[in-house]
Design a binder for this molecule. Structure first.
Ligand code: GDP
Length: 537
């Protein structure tokens, strides 16, 4: 048990809410496609008994069909409703695993999901090391100092030297590493791992799916398992690990500066139990969240939550949406009335839902760290705050500058007004970002993954009867601009009318054909700040 949960559990005066909070661990898995996220997810869920059959998550993915058919996209998205968050219990902890869509459907949802977690598991393919997507997702974790636990996967295959992988993490991610386990043998000769602190052993053959007590074996006994192993060399290597690597420092981990590293094979369900135990021991319980007027502690009695993701429903005739809200404090009970702070209106939480691997279930009660789905007809937006009456808004659900900008081309010019409305709604739902150029030219849409454009096109057609296409634009990049001096900002906007736009909230955005141009403009306008991340208010 870690220091935090021990203190909460041993404090007999702790409120029931504090006890519930202390046992929650809300996390995401970040990785590059094919590193093994799906396989690891399946195995983690198996530990929690959340699914009986490993392979379930994969079966879902394989059912995905072509991206050209809008129903298929929605179906795929519908399926991903069930896998957006997965809750399971293990050894007294409640784990909420939030899915970060990983493959071609990489989108802003992926980024935003990371604003709703308290820790992340970084999965690295032992043969490939750090890959581009992992680096990008880690940068997003960095924005919030999210602690990272590392799982080096596919140790059952040819892999790189473990020291080299650790070195790469330290150098390219600027993250200190502490190996918690150490692999014995490489590739085909990989026989298991040694627990660095105790010297206890797990064997690839025989200890699959295990947690808890380790085997006691001498280096000679381990070396006897495989002709390529040499007891002396093994002993030297472990000495080097113990003396040469950083020792684990909980504070440094919690601040996001150091990552504990586990080696294993998700496919063989090896090392996954140790990773899960590590998550329970070291990952923090739900953190305090910053709101505009104050910081909200997870143990507070009154319910607060924020919406970080909206999922459209599958039926195109109904504008039903599922809003995913992360609880930040208090207790949510089914049927309670909440206040939607943006509008000031009350909202009855009649059917909040929990998600398990393949099921959903009405959530009778939920606590900080939990994620509930709230069905609604479009009244909830990304970034919305729900409270029991208090006028606060959570900050920190960000918008990220899009990586792809396209000009929306409408086949029927008579429908411009309808398009405007439709784009507004799609932007509120977080499907795309919309930028309205100051010079009155047609709107630009911004996305981080190309599938978002497919989804937008298909939904505009199916739900609004709008036939649109996308033209490449002279602009490649969008940056939010701000300035402490309001007058200067106005001057900037006036002088750059041909390359500025308003976003969904009416905030000023600078559109640029290149990074060079942003730098150049910045030099000419000292005091104007260009940013690629914006907090949703
Ligand atoms: P994702 O794209 O990150 O979700 O990766 P998947 O879980 O779909 O895995 C990608 C491929 O790697 C699949 O063929 C898996 O069977 C394989 N794989 C995943 N984990 C392991 C592992 O530990 N060892 C081996 N040999 N293959 C693995």
């Amino acid at each position: 048990m870690n220091a935090i949960s021990t203190s909460a559990a041993s404090n007999s005066a702790a409120s029931p809410i504090a006890l519930e909070v202390a046992r929650r661990r809300t996390f995401a898995i970040i990785s590059h496609p094919d590193a093994g996220k799906t396989t690891l997810t399946e195995k983690l869920l198996l530990f929690g008994g959340a699914i009986q059959l490993a392979g379930h998550v994969r079966a879902k993915r394989d059912r995905r069909s072509t991206r050209s058919d809008w129903m298929a996209i929605e179906r795929e998205r519908g399926i991903s409703v069930a896998t957006s968050v997965m809750t399971f219990e293990f050894e007294g902890h409640v784990f909420n695993l939030l899915d970060t869509p990983g493959h071609e459907d990489f989108s802003e949802d992926t980024y935003r999901t990371l604003t709703a977690v308290d820790a992340a598991v970084m999965v690295i393919d032992a043969a490939k090391g750090i890959e581009s997507r992992t680096r990008k997702l880690l940068e997003v974790c960095r924005l919030r100092d999210i602690p990272i636990i590392t799982f080096i996967n596919k140790m059952d295959r040819e892999s790189r030297d473990p020291f080299e992988i650790l070195d790469e993490i330290e150098k390219t991610l600027a993250l200190d590493t502490t190996p918690m386990t150490w692999p014995v043998g490489r590739g085909r000769d990989f026989v298991g791992t040694v627990d660095v602190a105790t010297g206890g052993v797990r064997l690839l053959d025989g200890d699959e799916g295990k947690t808890g007590p380790l085997r006691k074996m001498s280096p000679a006994e381990i070396a006897a398992l495989n002709v390529t192993l040499d007891a002396g060399a093994l002993d030297d290597e472990l000495t080097l690990v113990r003396e040469g690597c950083n020792s684990f420092d909980l504070d440094s981990f919690l601040e996001g500066h150091l990552t504990p590293v586990y080696f294993g094979s998700a496919l063989r369900n090896f090392g996954v139990g140790d990773l899960l135990e590590g998550l329970g021991r070291f990952a923090p319980p739900p953190r305090a969240q910053d709101a505009d007027k104050r910081r909200v502690e997870a143990e507070e009695g009154r319910m607060t939550a924020f919406v970080f993701k909206i999922q459209a429903n599958m039926d195109p005739n109904h504008r039903d949406r599922m809003a995913f809200a992360r609880l930040c404090s208090g207790k949510l009970t089914r049927g309670m009335k909440a206040k939607l702070v943006r509008t000031g209106k009350p909202m009855s939480l009649a059917t909040p839902q929990f998600f398990f691997a393949q099921d959903r279930q009405l959530a009778e009660e939920a606590y900080a760290g939990d994620v509930v789905g709230i069905p609604n007809h479009g009244n909830l937006r990304i970034g919305d705050t729900l409270t029991e009456g208090e006028e606060i808004n959570f900050v920190g659900v960000p918008s990220f500058a899009p990586e792809i900008l396209r000009r929306v081309k409408l086949s029927d010019a008579m429908k411009a007004k309808k398009l405007r409305q439709a784009l507004q709604e799609m932007a509120e739902e977080g499907v795309v970002q919309v930028f309205r150029p100051t010079d009155g030219s047609p709107a630009l849409v911004g996305v981080v993954g190309p599938l978002q454009l497919d989804v937008l096109k298909n939904r505009l057609d199916a739900e609004y009867g709008l036939d649109v296409g996308f033209d490449t634009s002279e602009f490649q990049l969008a940056r939010w601009v701000s300035c402490e001096d309001g007058k200067k900002l106005e001057e900037f906007a006036a002088a750059n009318r041909l390359s500025t736009a308003d976003d969904l909230d009416g905030d000023l955005v600078f559109l640029s054909p290149s990074a060079f141009m942003i730098g150049y403009t910045g030099d000419r306008w000292p005091g104007i700040v260009f940013t690629d991340v914006k907090d949703v208010k």
